[in-house]
Design a protein around this ligand. Structure first.
Ligand code: KIV
Length: 278
C-alpha cells in the first residue's frame, strides 16, 4: 500500500465511539503488540491495550503488578501496528487513584508517549471526580464498572457483579457517575444481564460489555482468550480459534524435524556464491 493511501486512513476517536450509542454494535478487542494489532485493525473499532497484559503476556497472577512503563511500551507497539481503530491504553493500578493531579500527570504521559486516543480508568467510588478533572483538561477517558480486576486484593477474587439489589444499585450508580463525569464510553465487566441492560438504557454513553450480556452497545474480549491460547477461560468467553493446540502441534513438528535433521533443508540454507569464471 502506498504511503499516500496510508495517510488517507482516519483513525477513529472518542466522538466516533460515543456517536455509536444505540447504533451498530461497537467491536473491540484487547491488543498488546504491533503484529496482532495490525491483524485486528481491519475488524475492530477500538483496540484496548488492557492491563490484562500483565496476566496474558507477562504471566502475573493479577493486574496489580502492571506498571506505567509496561503500558507505555505496549501502547506504542499497538499504535505502530494499527491505523484505523481507536487505541485506548489502560491506566495501571496505583497510577490514578492517589489524586487528580497525579492521575493527570500519568495520563498525559501515556497520551504523549504512546500517541493513543484515550485512556481507561476503573471507576471505583472516588474515581468519577478524577475522570471529570481529566476530561476537562483534554484527556478522553473510558470508564470501567462492574467487576474491576484492580480491586481483586480487597475483594479476594474475580466475582460477577449485580446479582443482588445492593450491588445492582451500586454498579448502576457508578456507571451513572462515570458517564456524568464525561467518560466517552464505559466498559461493563462481569455484570448480570438485567443490570447491564439497565445501565445501557439509563446512560447516554456506549456500554462495552465483557461478560455483561448482549444488552451492551458493544463487546470486548481479551484476544488471547478468544483465540484459545489458554486451557481455562471464563464462562463468558467464546473461543474462535484453538491456538493452544495449533502452537503445540507446530512446535512438536519443529522439534521432531530438528531432532531428525530434516530441518533446515537445502531450500532453507545459504550456500557460497559460485566463483565467477574468467
Ligand atoms: O485489561 C483488560 O483487558 C480489560 C478488559 C477486560 C476490558 O480491562
Amino acid at each position: 500500500m502506498s504511503s499516500q493511501k496510508q495517510e488517507s486512513v482516519r483513525r477513529l476517536a472518542a466522538p466516533d465511539i460515543t456517536g455509536r450509542k444505540g447504533g451498530d454494535p461497537i467491536v473491540c478487542l484487547t491488543a498488546y503488540d504491533a503484529p496482532t494489532a495490525a491483524l485486528l485493525d481491519d475488524h475492530c473499532d477500538l483496540l484496548l491495550v488492557g492491563d490484562s497484559v500483565g496476566m496474558v503476556v507477562h504471566g502475573l497472577p493479577n493486574t496489580v503488578g502492571v506498571t506505567l512503563e509496561m503500558m507505555i511500551l505496549h501502547g506504542q507497539a499497538v499504535m505502530r501496528g494499527s491505523r484505523r481503530a481507536m487505541v485506548v491504553v489502560d491506566m495501571p493500578f496505583g497510577s490514578y487513584e492517589g489524586g487528580k493531579e497525579l492521575a493527570y500527570e500519568n495520563c498525559a504521559r501515556v497520551m504523549k508517549e504512546t500517541g493513543a486516543q484515550a485512556v481507561k480508568l476503573e471507576s471505583g467510588p472516588t474515581v468519577p471526580e478524577t475522570i471529570a478533572y481529566l476530561v476537562q483538561r483534554g484527556i478522553p477517558v473510558m470508564g470501567h464498572v462492574g467487576l474491576r480486576p484492580q480491586a481483586v486484593l480487597t475483594e479476594g477474587a474475580f466475582k460477577a457483579k449485580g446479582r443482588n439489589d445492593e450491588e445492582r444499585l451500586r454498579v448502576i450508580a457508578e456507571a451513572e457517575a462515570t458517564a456524568d463525569a464525561g467518560a466517552f464510553a464505559i466498559v461493563v465487566e462481569g455484570t448480570a444481564e438485567p443490570v447491564a441492560r439497565e445501565i445501557t438504557a439509563v446512560i447516554d454513553k456506549p456500554t462495552i460489555g465483557i461478560g455483561a450480556s448482549a444488552a451492551c452497545d458493544g463487546q470486548i474480549l481479551v484476544t488471547p482468550d478468544m483465540l484459545g491460547l489458554f486451557d481455562w477461560t471464563p464462562k463468558f468467553v467464546r473461543r474462535y480459534a484453538d491456538q493452544r493446540t495449533e502452537i503445540n502441534d507446530a512446535v512438536a513438528r519443529y522439534a521432531a524435524d530438528v531432532k531428525a535433521r530434516r530441518f533446515p533443508a537445502e531450500v532453507e540454507t545459504y550456500f557460497s556464491k559460485k566463483p565467477v569464471e574468467s
